[in-house]
Design a protein around this ligand. Structure first.
Ligand code: SAH
Length: 220
């Protein structure tokens, strides 16, 4: 029994190391991002039947018609948040899903607040995260379009679901000097990077084409 578990862990460790090498080949350079993704066991966040595919560079279904994001896209968005060695600081994630990205963020941010609109999915994320004992991750059931005004401002905001326009409440909750990354669009989507200057103005950059599930209104 123990040997089977050890063998499985070793296989997962090797598969994860290959995933990191693949991310490097695709151009991810930020060692803090690569290190965080090397530390978090992605296989612990997907259904057991899919665990053997957990380190493939692909989105996987996680139930409720939602998907765990593709590792390269997670890495790319984190790299944009951390550009120039900037600390992520107090971070808000919209779209907890299975909790994988929240766990990766927790390795780089001082505090992670993650919001999910589907209560049952949030329960699943909580169960996935519990064994990792990450003291700086807080999960909230709610509509991410509204953000968390009681906790704002945030140094970093990241969306794991695509919006057709920038949610104004989230933009308002970005601290001066803060960065927000989000998929923007419906059938055609791109990554949008929003930087808030020290003076409080916003600068937007449109980056890579991506494919995310939609940001929906309300909760269930
Ligand atoms: N970061 C996740 C990926 C989740 S997929 C992971 O690592 O697994 C996107 C998630 O966004 C879905 O779970 C979906 O239910 C959620 N979502 C969509 N619209 C939302 C909203 N308005 N507020 C909060 N979560 C939302």
């Amino acid at each position: 029994m123990i040997d089977t578990t050890r063998a499985a862990n070793l296989t997962a460790t090797r598969a994860r190391a290959r995933m990191i090498e693949h991310l490097r080949k695709l151009g991810i350079r930020d060692e803090a991002v690569l290190d965080a993704m090397n530390r978090i066991p992605r296989h612990a966040f997907v259904e057991e039947a899919l665990a053997s595919r957990a380190y493939e560079d692909t989105a996987l279904p996680l139930g409720f018609q939602q998907t765990i994001s593709q590792p390269f896209v997670v890495a790319r968005m984190m790299e944009l948040l951390a550009a120039g060695g900037r600390a992520l600081g107090k971070t808000l994630e919209i779209g907890t899903g299975c909790g994988y990205q929240a766990a990766v963020l927790s390795c780089m941010a001082s505090d992670v607040y993650t919001m999910e609109r589907i209560a049952k999915l949030l329960d699943k994320a909580r169960a996935n995260l519990r064994p990792l004992r990450l003291p700086n991750v807080r999960l909230k059931h709610g509509d991410g379009n509204l953000g968390l005004p009681e906790v704002a401002p945030f140094d970093s905001i990241i969306l794991a679901a695509a919006a057709e326009s920038v949610p104004v409440k989230l933009r308002e909750q970005l601290a001066p000097g803060g960065r927000m990354v989000m998929p923007l669009g419906s059938t055609q989507q791109i990554i949008l990077l929003i930087e808030r200057t020290a003076a409080g103005t916003f600068k937007e950059s449109r980056l890579d084409a991506v494919r995310f599930v939609p940001l929906l209104p309300g909760t269930e």
